[in-house]
Design a protein around this ligand. Structure first.
Ligand code: URA
Length: 244
């Protein structure tokens, strides 16, 4: 059961912090009774009113998108750049991206209005494999591959978990290496920072899969609803990963 402020925020009328203020100000009723304490957990199906108006309860929805290039993983951009949410204008629920792919990164992205689910999937404590196709400017050496496989220390002092590395192409003429990299965490700009350890820059980055999910059937910019069994499967994987 969720707390009152969370339910109000999830209905889309305001933020969680403002919802708390509204509760304390006595503007919220649960089944006809004013509730002024924070942290109350209304029964399922309770009638919740803010300023005398019943709030709409949003269904939880889960989407899988093929994120194209040059689209931001934020809800809004002050410079007017396109966001992933702009691509989903016909979706009524207020979805947000689960984690981030950089502006120029393409590939598999989840979007949902379920904050709990999002936390389970993106928190580095819950290990779900993500496969990236990477091209870097330089020839990756054998000992660097070993280091990636064992875990490297990033600029913030955190050591990455062991990764799987599969070199797909070494282009000596253009001095580029293409590889598939499977990582378990999803730290901020993780792949780029892993490559920066060796002074290499990422030229192309594409997330091919997340756990059992792939982009099959989708073109860049397209998305689909996840099947209930896929949501369950991801939750289960996250839970199993947490215990490791
Ligand atoms: N790692 C990165 O550096 N960028 C991404 O977009 C995803 C993973």
């Amino acid at each position: 059961m969720d707390r009152l402020q969370k339910i109000i925020a999830a209905s889309g009328i305001t933020s969680r912090r403002k919802a708390e203020e509204m509760i304390v100000q006595g503007r919220v009723r649960v089944d006809g009774q004013v509730v002024k304490e924070l942290g109350v957990k209304p029964r399922k199906g309770a009638l919740i009113e803010v300023d005398g108006k019943a709030i709409a309860r949003e269904n939880k929805v889960y989407y899988l998108m093929y994120k194209p290039k040059k689209v931001l993983c934020t809800l809004h951009d002050e410079h007017g750049r396109k966001t992933v949410v702009d691509l989903m204008s016909e979706v009524e629920e207020r979805v947000f991206p689960v984690g981030r792919l950089d502006y120029d990164t393409t590939g598999l992205l989840l979007l949902t209005n379920d904050g709990e689910f999002a936390n389970e999937i993106i928190h580095p404590r819950y290990h779900i494999s993500k496969v990236y196709e990477v091209t870097v400017n330089g020839i990756l050496k054998t000992d660097q591959i070993k280091q990636l496989e064992n875990g490297v220390v990033l600029d913030d002092g955190i050591r990455t978990l062991p990764a799987k590395v599969w070199i797909t192409h070494k282009d000596f003429e253009r001095q580029q290496t293409s590889l598939e990299l499977t990582i378990q965490e999803g730290r901020n700009r993780q792949i780029k920072r892993m490559m920066e350890v060796f002074g290499l820059q990422v030229r192309r980055l594409h997330r091919r899969s997340l756990g059992p999910l792939t982009l099959r059937g989708l073109n860049p910019g397209e998305y689909r609803l996840m099947k209930p069994y896929e949501v369950k499967q991801l939750r289960r994987l996250a839970e199993e990963g947490r215990l490791k």
